[in-house]
Design a protein around this ligand. Structure first.
Ligand SMILES: NC(=O)c1ccc[n+]([C@@H]2O[C@H](COP(=O)([O-])OP(=O)(O)OC[C@H]3O[C@@H](n4cnc5c(N)ncnc54)[C@H](O)[C@@H]3O)[C@@H](O)[C@H]2O)c1
Length: 266
């Protein structure tokens, strides 16, 4: 029997925001390892990630980008057009979290979180759509969160991620005619610097996660890769939850743990 050989295809050029660190850097490294030219964009310095990718034999360029600035988006897309001539993927990964109760959320924090987590992907999709259309289509992956699927105590973060869930579906409908797919990814708790300083929160949350642990960043990267690849050509407007079962089963997982075991048989 002959061995099955499967080739997964990716776009030639993919733009990743928030690529200087955390999961964005992981997505960038993984894409480059698969032969993709990665446009690594961030407000922070992308130099180290780009150098690391090049040292490993990959192809990458660094782009200074504050996702809240539409003019900066236009400049970055022009840089990509001039240097590569095409763009087949965008990962709207840049995001911030401010874990604050409703009444403790100052107006400026509310505005900042929405500007980065929701306005950013809106400006980004607007900026790349023309080049992606002219490149023959593509795939946009918006990194939302389970906070964009359930009630979450921190209103700015939750609203920004719920907004991104809806924005993704709206864009999926708008861009389908150009062969551009748009999906949202909803990680639960992932072990990155975003969780720094939240040890008690994380420890308590893990008790509700059926998988019994936080996610490794690579487990989210695998889903991003899938959505960018030709293995997901019929997926658009989808929400992909990557949370170790927290949203679907967290409540009963916690209840059964607190009551000292699984079902009593009734
Ligand atoms: N870590 C988690 O548990 C978790 C869970 C669910 C969703 N997410 C989401 O995943 C994404 C990545 O999170 P992470 O954990 O890797 O975070 P991180 O803090 O490690 O990295 C975020 C990156 O975004 C960049 N960034 C921040 N503001 C920016 C701006 N205005 N313009 C451009 N870049 C900017 C930062 O410089 C940083 O490199 C975020 O959208 C986050 O909301 C994270």
């Amino acid at each position: 029997m002959s061995e099955a050989t499967e080739t997964v295809r990716y776009p030639a050029v993919v733009l990743v925001t928030g690529a200087a660190g955390g999961m964005g850097a992981g997505h960038a490294r993984a894409l480059a390892a698969r032969g993709v030219h990665v446009c690594a964009a961030d407000v922070a310095d992308t130099g180290p990630v780009v150098a690391e990718i090049r040292a490993a034999g990959g192809s990458a360029s660094g782009h200074a980008l504050d996702v809240t600035d539409p003019a900066a988006w236009a400049r970055v897309v022009e840089e990509i057009h001039a240097a590569r001539g095409e763009l087949g993927g965008l990962v709207n990964n840049a995001g911030i979290s401010r874990r604050l109760d409703f009444l403790d959320t100052p107006d400026d924090v509310w505005e900042l979180v929405l500007r980065i987590n929701l306005f950013g992907p809106f400006y980004g999709m607007k900026a790349v759509a023309g080049l992606m259309r002219d490149s023959g289509g593509g795939s946009i992956v918006n990194i939302s969160s389970i906070s964009g699927q359930i009630g979450y105590f921190s209103p700015a973060y939750s609203s920004s991620k719920w907004g991104l869930t809806g924005l993704s579906k709206s864009a999926a409908g708008n861009f389908a005619k150009w062969g551009i797919r748009v999906n949202s990814v909803h990680p639960g708790l992932v072990d990155t610097p975003l969780l720094d300083g939240a040890d008690a929160f994380v420890e308590s949350a893990v008790a509700s996660i059926p998988a019994g642990r936080t996610a490794r960043p690579e487990e989210v990267t695998d889903v991003v890769l899938h959505l960018l690849s030709d293995r997901s050509t019929y997926m658009t407007g989808s929400e992909v939850t990557v949370d170790g079962g927290l949203v679907s089963n967290g409540l009963y997982h916690r209840i059964t743990a607190d009551s000292g075991g699984a079902s009593s048989g009734r």
